[in-house]
Design a protein around this ligand. Structure first.
Ligand code: ADE
Length: 236
């Protein structure tokens, strides 16, 4: 999978993607991350990439010319050209799965109050928001997209089961996890997990997932695939 990022802050990508699973995926050649500096495509001595809004209003707007020029100079054959923006489609595991099936993804990082609409109209094919809050820029959202997509690629995460069974992928929040020691500062691991009874353990995990989802994300229950047993449990 090729990722190509267009950003005003390429240095933001130097460290964060150089550890753990994403770094290993780069080393193994499973992914490739190219970062282009939009400011290299500006034409004045100050490297001006933003300007005032037509019509007035607070905040600067990213100019279209350097972004188009950066894209034209560095991108070819990209299925999805994502624009990170709070105005975009919400990033969900479903969208991550869809993105993971394309061989190459370009990501334009928005900045300032926003980007000139012609970038969204004429260049980006997919505006994406990572959540209903506003960040100072699109670099963290781009890294989140790269991270979430990378872990779905074949062979990136050790066991495929851990990806298939993870939170949200199943439609429910994940059950609690425990490791050794069995007792820590007076807090104990639920007995059932030490019992070796796989059917009982599965039942306990399913119920904990249901309880958590009901408590923190009841909206997910309307689309999760629930058994009659699940429904009875939720009904109390
Ligand atoms: N830029 C600023 N806030 C953002 C968000 N929530 N998602 C994507 N890009 C952003």
């Amino acid at each position: 999978m090729r990722f190509h990022v267009l950003t005003l802050f390429p240095e933001a990508f130097a460290q964060p993607l150089q550890f753990s699973i994403v770094a290993r995926a780069v080393q193994r050649g499973q992914i490739n991350i190219d970062v282009a500096d939009i400011r290299d495509y500006t034409h004045d001595a100050h490297g001006t990439a933003d300007d005032y809004q037509f019509g007035g209003g607070h905040g600067m707007v990213m100019k279209p010319e350097p972004v188009f020029e950066a894209a034209e100079a560095t991108l070819s054959g990209y299925d999805a050209v994502i624009l990170t923006t709070p105005q975009g489609e919400l990033l969900t595991q479903k969208l991550v799965e869809e993105l993971a099936s394309s061989p190459a993804i370009a990501i334009i990082c928005g900045h300032y109050a926003g980007v000139d609409e012609r970038i969204a109209e004429g260049l980006a094919t997919r505006p994406v928001s990572i959540g209903d809050y506003v960040l100072t820029g699109g670099e963290l959202p781009a890294m989140i997209i790269i991270d979430a997509v990378t872990r779905l690629l074949p062979g990136v995460v050790g066991s495929p089961e851990s990806v298939a069974g993870d939170s949200i992928t199943t439609g429910l929040l994940q059950h609690p996890l425990y490791t050794r020691p069995a007792e820590f500062r007076g807090m104990t691991v639920p007995e059932v997990l030490l019992s070796g009874h796989h059917a009982e353990i599965d039942r306990w995990r399913r119920r904990k997932s249901l309880e958590r989802t009901l408590e923190h994300r009841p909206d997910l229950l309307s689309t999760a695939s629930l058994t009659n047993d699940d429904r009875r449990y939720l009904a109390g």
